[in-house]
Design a protein around this ligand. Structure first.
Ligand SMILES: [Zn+2]
Ligand SMILES: [Zn+2]
Length: 212
């Protein structure tokens, strides 16, 4: 069994659309069997101190709590990991996804396409031009046929699939997760693992089990 990680979670601290109280997040994640997760608020990234405080408050020193952010582009949403939090405000919402992904790369970050097939192919044909380390193929916000489409897309453009909860409700945390081959203890571990493709959607994550 690898290292179970949920790459896409929103809390009500900075995502008004989420009903998840941060105080209950870690406990729920542990209950769901996760080894770690990344909080990805919309256009906002938790500071290191905030993450540390939450882990300490739960006495969960073995749990890895990281933060990236979700960027809404003119064509689809990107999960961005590894950008310094004081740079997040320079990602102006609604810009071209290629531009945001290039900027993330310049700042040392990596990008995963979030729900790329929700309500049609958000990123369009030009998804090839976006430097992606992963494509979300399952989440609570992708219907089953959208999950199949996303998996097909991942194969077509040869970007490895990830499974995430995209939780906005406490009970959805960890409902889907990505299984990493190596332990993820830091953002740098996560970026390395993502860049090297050392992961796959966790079995329990797959509504389309057996097709990956
Ligand atoms: Zn949201
Ligand atoms: Zn999201």
């Amino acid at each position: 069994m690898g290292y179970l990680f949920d790459l896409h979670v929103h809390t009500n601290r900075y995502s008004p659309c989420s009903r998840i109280p941060p105080e209950q997040l870690v406990r729920q994640a542990l209950r769901a069997g996760l080894d770690g997760l990344a909080i990805t608020e919309h256009h906002r990234q938790w500071e290191e101190e905030e993450l540390g405080a939450l882990v300490n408050a739960n006495g969960a020193s073995r749990f890895t709590l990281l933060a990236g952010f979700e960027y809404s582009s003119s064509q689809g949403d990107l999960l961005i990991y590894g950008v310094p939090s004081d740079q997040v405000s320079s990602f102006i919402p609604g810009g071209p996804p290629q531009k945001a992904a290039e900027m993330a790369r310049r700042l040392g970050g990596v990008c995963v396409a979030a729900h790329p097939t929700r309500a049609g192919l958000g990123f369009g044909e030009r998804i090839h031009e976006i430097p992606l380390v992963g494509i979300e193929v399952v989440s609570v916000n992708l219907k089953e046929y959208e999950q199949r489409l996303a998996l097909g897309l991942a194969k077509a453009i040869k970007v490895p699939p990830v499974a995430c909860s995209d939780a906005h409700r406490l009970e959805d945390v960890g409902r889907y997760a990505t299984e990493f081959q190596d332990p993820i203890r830091s953002m740098s571990d996560l970026q390395k693992a993502l860049s090297r493709g050392r992961f796959r959607p966790a079995d329990h994550a797959l509504a389309v089990r057996g097709r990956v």
